[in-house]
Design a protein around this ligand. Structure first.
Ligand code: ADP
Length: 403
């Protein structure tokens, strides 16, 4: 079975093609036959295509940017023509899976795309104004190019859909909750995948584990997982709540916004821009939204980069600690995504504050680019793991299960 996965970003489009044969899913992800990334954030008016295949063929080109539908059409073309061809034609694709950011209150599982599902994704656009329209464009672009192939929506909110009400409802007038203003949580595909991978690594039943998964990428969130389900998470109504992130602020006192609107003439659009793109590591350091840039600046003695790093750690530790009571203890702490997988300093500093829980890192293993392994000492009371998140593979698995 050939499974095409689409993952839409605000100014990027990623995709990959898996081939699965046999009756059972492999435990490990097979290498995709074909992978594509198109990015239009660097050069205005141009989209940069980067396509590679499992056989080592590559196509890299900068193309005049049109709309997402055309970008997707051109990207798919490289599946069946040119140097990166891996299949005979569009009819060779059996099923298509999409990462859909917002599934609202109703979509608690991956689901086959129907007209009803499409209109639900459209209706949820005000809650995810960048991503849901992009996801819908992706679904429609596939309809145009591949006809009526089965498509599956895999929601980033679904894993958190069973949050207890106390963890989901904001302490504001109850009518707001009835209007859909509640905590949804995001990065669910990654949190769920990492929880399952952690259980396998620990050779334990996921149902028996109390986990905190730390997804630390450009966006950052934590999930507290018990009985295989998310019972608390740090992102809320939107992916802006919770931890300090690359360029997003995370949780701040809402009165700051009222103050800025009243006294500094901030409009909603400007606030949106500042809180999402000019805050976080970027805003405090003035240097970079990328943890690598922050570490480099710290090495050169930059005080504001140091402050940004210290706030990031302070908030990460506080958030980890805030999830402990709802779990009633902790069996394993999992680090994943760009920063979680690649920054030994972040893992070291985050765990240093958790010594009172009996968390002990093995300093050497933590330094040695760990991947899908344990980085705590044998006598650590909490096991600490680094897991490579594979959202695309998780989406492909959801497609396989629904086919
Ligand atoms: P996204 O949240 O967009 O999916 P990723 O999970 O790929 O992003 O994370 C991207 C971030 O990972 C980068 O902005 C950077 O801060 C961080 N990162 C990547 N490599 C490293 C590294 N070697 N050391 C520290 N941080 C890294």
């Amino acid at each position: 079975m050939k499974i095409l996965v689409l993952n839409a970003g605000s100014s990027s489009q990623k995709s990959c093609l898996y081939e699965l044969s046999g009756e059972t899913l492999p435990e490990e992800s097979p290498p995709p036959l074909w992978e594509a990334k198109v990015d239009w954030s660097h050069h205005q008016g141009f989209a940069e295509f980067e396509v590679k295949t499992h056989r080592g063929a590559q196509w890299v080109e900068k193309v005049k940017k049109s709309d997402r539908a055309q970008v997707i059409a051109q990207m798919l073309d490289s599946l069946w023509s040119g140097s990166t061809q891996v299949i005979a034609g569009p009819e060779s694709v059996d099923i298509v899976g999409h990462r859909v950011v917002h599934g609202g209150q109703d979509y608690r599982e991956s689901t086959i795309v129907t007209e009803e599902v499409k209109s639900a994704i459209a209706q949820l656009a005000p809650f995810a104004p960048v991503h849901n329209p992009a996801n819908l464009e992706g679904i429609e672009a596939i309809e145009k190019v591949l006809g009526n192939v089965t498509q599956v929506a895999v929601f980033d909110t679904a894993f958190h859909a069973h949050l207890p009400l106390a963890a989901a409802v904001y302490p504001v007038p109850y009518e707001w909750f009835e209007q859909g203003i509640r905590r949804y949580g995001f990065h669910g595909i990654s949190h769920e995948y990492c929880a399952q991978r952690a259980a396998r690594l620990l050779q334990k039943d996921l149902q028996s584990l109390r986990l905190i998964t730390c997804h630390l990428g450009n966006g950052c969130s934590l999930a507290a997982i018990a009985n295989g389900r998310s019972i608390a998470t740090t992102m809320g109504f939107t992916p802006l709540e919770g931890l300090m992130m690359g360029s997003r602020c995370g949780s701040i006192d809402p009165s700051i916004l009222i103050h800025l609107m009243r006294h500094h003439r901030y409009t909603p659009d400007r606030l949106d821009e500042v809180l999402n793109k000019e805050s976080g590591l970027q805003g405090v350091s003035g240097v970079s939204a990328d943890m690598r840039g922050i570490r480099e600046a710290i090495a050169q003695g930059n005080q504001r980069a140091q402050l940004a790093f210290d706030i990031y750690i302070h908030r990460l530790q506080s958030a980890i600690a805030s999830l402990l009571p709802s779990l009633g203890g902790l069996d394993a702490l999992v680090f994943t995504a760009g920063v979680g997988e690649n920054s030994p300093e972040v893992r070291d500093r985050a765990c240093a504050g958790l010594g009172f829980l009996g968390v002990q890192l093995d300093a050497q293993t933590n330094q040695n680019s760990p991947k899908n392994c344990e980085i705590s000492t044998p006598d650590s009371a909490v096991r600490v793991l680094v897991i490579h998140t594979e959202e695309d593979w998780a989406i492909a698995k959801a497609c396989w299960q629904l086919k």
